[in-house]
Every structure is written in C-alpha cells, then in structure tokens.
Design a protein around this ligand. Structure first.
Ligand SMILES: Cc1cc2nc3c(=O)[nH]c(=O)nc-3n(C[C@H](O)[C@H](O)[C@H](O)COP(=O)(O)O)c2cc1C
Length: 223
C-alpha cells in the first residue's frame, strides 16, 4: 500500500547513496564531517558537488581554503561517521579527539582518512547557494582507491570493503552485491521494435547460470 511521505522526507527516498567524509585544512586547523548530499556533476572536466549547510564549520574551511578531500568510509567507521556528523569542529578538534589516522593527499593539504576505501582531492571550482545549503563544486585533481575494493566500479566482494551508504537519521547500509546488467545489442533493439515488445527481463541460460552462481556466493558469504 502506498503511503504519503512529507516533502522534507522525499530526500530520504534517495537515501542509500555513499556517505563521504569531507576533510579540510586551513591555517593549521583541520576538520572532517560526513556528507550525504554529494554527487558527480560533470565528467569533462571531472566535477563533484557537495552541499554543505553554512552553519557547518567545514563550510568556512572549504570556503577559505578553496579545497576539500572526500574519503569513502566502510562499516568499520560506522560509529565514527555518526560521531563526526553529530559534533562540530567549531567546538572541538574532532579529528584529534577521534585519533583517526590520516595520510597526506597527493595534491592538497586536507588530510585523507586511513581505513577508507576511496579518496578524492578537489579544488573549489564554484560555489552556489542552493536553498539553505551551499553547493561546493569541486574539480577533481587526484583520486585513489583500495585495489581490493574498486576496479572501475566498486567490486563488493566483501561487505567489509563496501562503501557505507546513508539511509537517513542514524541508519546506514552496505550494498550486498554487484549485479551485472545485460547491455542491449542493436540486434536486440531491432527485434524488440519488430515484435512491438522489449524482451528486457528474459535472461539467457548463461545469464541464469551466472546469476545463480552469484547468489550462491552471496549466501555463502552471509554465512
Ligand atoms: C551521515 C551524515 C550525513 C550528513 N550529510 C550532510 C551533508 O551532506 N551536508 C551537510 O551540510 N551536513 C551533513 N551532515 C551534518 C554534518 O556532518 C554535521 O552537522 C557535522 O557536525 C558538521 O561538522 P562541522 O561543523 O565540524 O563541519 C551529515 C551528518 C551525517 C551523520
């Protein structure tokens, strides 16, 4: 049964995207906050948007330093993510207190977080006021990923090496499996047009076998 969701909660219907840890450095100070309002915006040039509320300490850190780093955490950092998103760097030196190890980025001063599986370094390309947030558009100037976790896409071989996703409130998820979709070939499209019906859902025998093997592997992993 469908039920009405408030306009404000509509954003949670888009929940399940990766959460990132936005880190910054300015005049010897460092800060880090989780952000869920983050999205790729352009491929050429490679641009990424992160929407940050002006009340966040990170907002001014990004504004003044004109750069920021994104680290992609896994479930190992679940409680740290919630902590870093519940207290402000205005009041305390979060990164020092949590003692999370960091390492130097390749191109910028903002620290990158150890224990994560992906890291993106950005210079601020633009900033727009969007409603009550500032959309910082970052130009990607360096990126790294953990080889066991990522090879062109997240591999999802292991739940411990999957990006943490944010559902809203203090709830998170990890994606369970990488599913490979069939790419429609020109001949398939021609056949569908002639038949007046797209045979999208009919898996071939080979695909059925592969999906069954994948499901068995997932079941074994779950235990
Ligand atoms: C999982 C999670 C995602 C969040 N996403 C955002 C976001 O996208 N933009 C934002 O402005 N605040 C977001 N927040 C809130 C900030 O992380 C939070 O206010 C944080 O304490 C700000 O820290 P700062 O003041 O040190 O910058 C999020 C919080 C959590 C827990």
């Amino acid at each position: 049964m469908r039920r009405v969701v408030s306009d404000l909660d509509a954003r949670r219907l888009l929940g399940g995207g990766p959460v990132v840890l936005v880190s910054t450095s300015w005049h010897g100070n460092q800060d880090v906050m989780p952000a869920a309002f983050v999205t790729p915006l352009s491929m050429d040039p490679p641009l990424i948007g992160v929407a940050v509320h002006p009340s966040r300490h990170s907002h001014d850190m990004i504004k003044f330093s004109e750069e920021f780093a994104l680290s992609v955490p896994t479930r190992a950092l679940l409680h740290h993510v919630q902590y870093l998103g519940s207290v402000s760097g205005i009041d305390l030196a979060k990164l020092e207190l949590t003692r999370l190890p960091t390492f130097r980025g390749r191109r910028i001063d903002a620290p990158l977080l150890e224990g994560c599986i992906g890291w993106i370094e950005c210079g601020v390309h633009d900033a727009y006021t969007i409603g009550d947030h500032t959309l910082f558009v970052g130009k990607v100037i360096a990126a790294q990923a953990e080889g066991d976790a990522f090879d062109e896409t997240w591999l999802l071989h292991d739940a411990e090496e999957a990006p943490l996703q944010y559902l809203g409130l203090n709830f998170y998820a990890v994606p369970a499996a990488r599913l490979e979709a069939r790419i429609p070939q020109p001949a398939d499209v021609k056949r569908d047009v002639e038949a007046g019906e797209a045979q999208v859902g009919d898996a071939t025998e080979a695909e059925q076998r592969r999906e069954a093997t994948e499901r068995e592997r997932e079941d074994r992993q779950r235990g």
